[in-house]
Design a protein around this ligand. Structure first.
Ligand SMILES: [Zn+2]
Length: 123
């Protein structure tokens, strides 16, 4: 049987040592293990975590616009809604030289300098 030890989670509420099931266990419970991983990821990969949140917000904005039937949208409106263009990647440029950005299941096609079209894609 493994020796009793203190939990490694930075915000564990347990004040006493726990007896782990195996020698490798460093957390007292699944909650502490998940919480420690969450804290580590947010500190160590802060840039990527933030970018991921921004991309998810962009997806919500595009899906909302499609849900209300607005598939043509201006650059200005997207900015007002909190869209972040810095997290864009462009998987392809179409035959008319329009840049197509992908966010989740939506393509955002740049029609000209100020206007975009949104299309939903089914994979
Ligand atoms: Zn714990």
């Amino acid at each position: 049987m493994a020796k009793a030890r203190f939990c490694n989670s930075p915000d564990c509420t347990r004040k006493t040592p726990f007896t782990p099931i195996s020698d490798a266990a460093v957390y007292c419970c699944v909650r502490c293990k998940n919480r420690a991983n969450y804290i580590f990821t947010n500190l160590e990969y802060e840039f990527e975590v933030l970018r991921h949140k921004e991309r998810k917000r962009n997806i919500k904005i595009l899906e909302y616009l499609l849900s209300v039937g607005q598939w043509r949208v201006s650059y200005e409106l997207l900015l007002q809604m909190g869209f972040t263009f810095e997290v864009t990647y462009i998987p392809f440029v179409d035959g008319n030289h329009n840049k197509n950005m992908r966010f989740g299941n939506c393509y955002l096609k740049m029609v000209d300098q100020d206007n975009f079209e949104i299309t939903y894609i089914n994979n």
